[in-house]
Design a protein around this ligand. Structure first.
Ligand code: LLP
Length: 386
């Protein structure tokens, strides 16, 4: 991803910053579009992964819809040109103000996560003289076999409506005249690299879809969420995820009823590989057992390693063709011991001033940045304007 021309440009820039390779993003979007179109599937990009406006403009240009989890994300999607008819809105705790905004915009669907939320949306829609299109977010109890913080489809998780509540939902729907139930929504977790959990999801969705059909609900839409993982270990060998195999699982294992449309909400697989966090080494501190490379980026710019013990490939891009020589604990400047990007990382002999790239940070990087320690807002550099 990095070459000497780019490095010369980076040398003049203030660090840390997120660098986005927009050409790679476009190739990724084009691969998604091609595969999804083959099957007539609808992909809504999950803004939570990266809601940067430049990125959203490209996502929109490739015809994807938007998947939002807050009123501000719905606003951002609208501002960036996504049509309301292509916006879905999930989340266990939608506030009245957020619901009212989305009702005014007449979004495609609210993904409703609890029985009480049905009542609230119905009431607010009534006051605005609107009919809200909703899908039921179902907790399918399917294990995603991923980190416990990013597993969402198990009974113990707070998300969605459980199967034992279905009868109550059906009963309730009879009196909720301001709601239009258009489908079912699922999402089992994130960073799923083995396709088997998606196959299990398909089997569950087929069963639940049939259960509702037997009760007289012939849904036009099924939304299977996102979750497709990326290769954090080798970002360059697999810069674009194998979308062909991913969509094929749904083609093979979930049989759509005639006229039914299948929706996806991909986030990470769209943007992760196009981003790197670029930082400078401030200090090298050699100890008896541990050498530290102290960067000017920390957990305030990228929290994933501290929060999920997530692995990100770390490269000394000032010494691109030099072999690894020493192990460093690569850490940030924040006053927390968890402010560590990687332990015992093999790097070439590293010096103050070297540029370090933390790879695969285009998803859940910039969006999760904080101002802790009164840090500056993280900067952004794009490949087309650098
Ligand atoms: N749809 C729903 C309802 C979701 O909750 C999520 C992610 C997605 C779609 C998109 O999932 P993706 O395709 O990106 O896996 N901050 C964590 C990830 C949290 C994911 C939350 N939900 C991380 O850095 O790994």
């Amino acid at each position: 991803m990095f070459n000497t021309t780019l490095l010369d440009k980076f040398q003049k820039l203030e660090t840390p910053f997120y660098y986005y390779d927009l050409a790679l993003l476009e190739r990724t979007l084009s691969a998604i579009k091609k595969e999804a179109d083959t099957h007539h599937y609808h992909v809504h990009y999950a803004l939570k992964a990266n809601a940067n406006k430049e990125i959203l403009k490209l996502v929109k240009a490739y015809g994807l819809g938007a998947d939002c989890v807050s009123g501000n994300e719905v606003k951002r999607a609208v501002e960036c040109g996504f049509e309301s008819s292509n916006i879905v809105f999930a989340g266990v705790g939608k506030s009245d103000a957020e619901i009212n905004y989305a009702l005014e915009k007449e979004i495609f669907s609210f993904n409703v996560e609890s029985l009480q939320e049905l009542d609230v949306i119905n009431e607010l829609a009534g006051k605005l003289n609107k009919k809200a299109s909703i899908m039921l977010r179902i907790n399918p109890n399917v294990d995603a076999y991923t980190h416990k913080y990013i597993t969402t489809g198990l009974e113990e998780n707070k998300f969605g409506i459980n199967p034992y509540e279905f009868e109550t939902v059906i009963e309730k729907m009879k009196s909720l005249s301001n709601l239009k139930l258009i489908g079912l929504h699922f999402h089992i977790g994130s960073q799923i690299t083995d396709l088997k959990p998606f196959k299990n999801l398909c089997v569950r969705v087929t069963e639940i879809n049939q259960w509702f059909l037997n009760k007289g609900f012939d849904f036009e839409h099924i939304n299977v969420g996102g979750g497709l993982g990326v290769n954090y270990k080798e970002p360059d060998t697999e810069a674009i995820v194998d979308f062909t195999s991913y969509f094929k699982v749904f083609k093979d294992f979930f049989h759509l009823k005639p006229g039914q449309k299948l929706h996806f909400e991909l986030g990470r697989a769209v943007t992760a590989q196009c981003g790197s966090l670029v930082s400078r080494v401030l200090y090298i501190k050699n100890g008896i057992n541990t050498n530290f490379a102290i960067l000017d980026a920390g957990m305030t710019e990228l929290i994933r390693p501290a929060l999920y013990q997530a692995y990100h490939k770390i490269e000394n891009i000032s010494k691109l063709n030099i072999a690894a020589a020493t192990k460093y604990d690569v850490v940030g400047p924040i006053c927390e011991s968890s402010d560590c990007f990687g332990k015992a990382v093999d790097l070439p002999e590293t010096q103050r001033g070297d540029l370090i790239a933390i790879r695969t940070t285009g998803a859940y990087g910039e969006v999760m940045a904080s101002r802790y320690n009164l840090r500056d807002q993280v900067k952004v550099v794009y490949s087309d304007t650098v």
